[in-house]
Design a protein around this ligand. Structure first.
Ligand SMILES: Nc1nc2c(c(=O)[nH]1)N[C@H]1C(S)=C(S)[C@@H](COP(=O)(O)OP(=O)(O)OC[C@H]3O[C@@H](n4cnc5c(N)ncnc54)[C@H](O)[C@@H]3O)O[C@H]1N2
Ligand code: MOO
Length: 365
């Protein structure tokens, strides 16, 4: 069942049983009849899993520990600290009303109650609760499989040292971490040279639910992905009013969603978060909205934008304000020092210092 934590429940779970199944003692002490007063004779003991087999009558009591089934006939538990024991005679220092320190049947979970709805992302305590009602297997939504096709003759796989004009692929490990966060599973990255036929074949042969292509999305002579996708499937969108991430493309091959993510690492991050991540989350049964907590903060400085374009602005939070950071789309360090990002709406040409802006925090929900 531990493996179910973090997964999305496919169907609601209803409890077939009461928890607890019997009235239980909530304190260490003595199980007594409430109407009874005066000294009581100790007639036995009950422990969790080892109930008292007799019946408690007036003038009697049974030693109990927390979690023991309340013995038949008993109505309350007298806490050990409130009792004086002299041999087998137990005297209460104060009255014990019926029901005192007794957990009722089904007080945790009543039989017939829906304990977890479909679509729930299972938390550790959910898994524990499922175990407590005797459920050892649940149906969960399959994790979407995601293929990453990293294009570029210049790329060296992670683990390499940058070598002159050859750079180390930073997009794939970042995407694998983003996909894992969103409940998907990335296949090992496929490295593709800047070549139309290879890109075309890789798109045609991919079997994953979602295909992420990084690099080669723009209009350069070596940018083959848009044409390859248009030829092998459908290029529904190419070029969006978002900066960075302008060359992003979206399409399909044989019913699989394909996202063309720009090679510049910050653009890749932005395009994944604003577009591809939604598909991964949706296919895995999770909420599609950005998985980031947000807060409305005043901008510490003006931000220039353009009408018709959404700007993805990395910000640091300082003194309660959002400080816009510079740094281009090719410099991932800008997104590393940022606490989060703000989006300048398409209708705005700029945002002024002091204006309230919604900041999405990279650190998560
Ligand atoms: N004439 C134009 N040139 C460019 C335009 C444009 O509209 N007209 N758009 C610019 C924008 S915006 C971006 S973003 C980039 C998009 O480039 P591509 O998606 O075609 O990506 P590449 O050219 O292959 O690479 C860009 C840049 O990113 C580096 N890169 C690529 N893959 C990775 C990776 N896996 N890990 C790390 N870095 C990677 C690559 O080496 C390049 O430096 O195009 C502009 N040009
Ligand atoms: O997507 Mo590009 O990053 O605007 O340079």
């Amino acid at each position: 069942m531990t493996a179910a934590a973090g997964r999305v429940l496919a169907a609601a779970v209803t409890s077939a049983v009461d928890v607890p199944a019997v009235p239980r003692c909530m304190m260490d002490g003595y199980a007594v009849r409430a109407a009874d007063s005066g000294p009581r004779r100790l007639v036995g003991a009950a422990y969790p899993g080892r109930p008292f087999s007799g019946v408690v009558h007036d003038g009697e009591c049974v030693r109990v520990t927390t979690g023991a089934a309340l013995p038949t006939g008993a109505e309350a538990v007298l806490m050990a600290e409130l009792a004086d024991a002299a041999g087998d005679t137990i005297t209460a220092r104060s009255a014990v009303p019926a029901g005192k320190h007794v957990g009722r049947v089904g007080e945790d979970v009543a039989a017939g109650r829906e304990v977890l709805p479909a679509g729930r992302v299972l938390r550790p305590q959910d898994v524990g609760l499922l175990a407590s009602i005797g459920v050892s297997r649940v149906d969960v939504v399959r994790r979407p499989r995601v293929a990453v096709l990293a294009t570029g003759d210049e790329l060296l796989p992670p683990g390499s040292t940058p070598d002159g004009s050859r750079i180390v692929d930073s997009n794939s490990p970042m995407l694998a971490a983003l996909v894992a966060r969103d409940g998907g599973d990335c296949e090992p990255t496929r490295y593709l040279p800047d070549d139309f036929d290879t890109t075309h074949a890789a798109l045609r042969d991919a079997t994953a639910d979602v295909i992420l292509v990084t690099g080669g999305t723009s209009v350069g002579t070596e940018d083959h992905a848009p044409r390859a996708l248009a030829d092998v499937g459908e290029l529904a969108v190419h070029g969006i009013g978002v900066k960075p991430a302008g060359p992003t493309g979206v399409g399909f091959v044989g019913g699989r969603a394909v996202f063309l993510l720009p090679g510049n690492p910050v653009s890749c991050l932005c395009a994944y978060d604003l577009f591809a991540g939604r598909a991964v989350r949706r296919l895995g049964g999770r909420p599609v909205a950005l998985p980031y907590r947000s807060a409305v903060l005043p901008l510490a400085a003006a931000v220039a934008s353009a009408v018709g374009r959404v700007d993805y602005v990395r910000v640091r939070v300082e003194g309660g304000g959002a400080v816009p950071l510079g740094g281009g789309a090719s410099n991932l360090s800008g997104a590393v020092v940022a606490d989060g990002f703000a989006l300048v709406p398409a209708a705005r040409e700029e945002m002024a210092a002091g204006e309230a802006v919604e900041v999405w925090f990279y650190d998560g929900p």
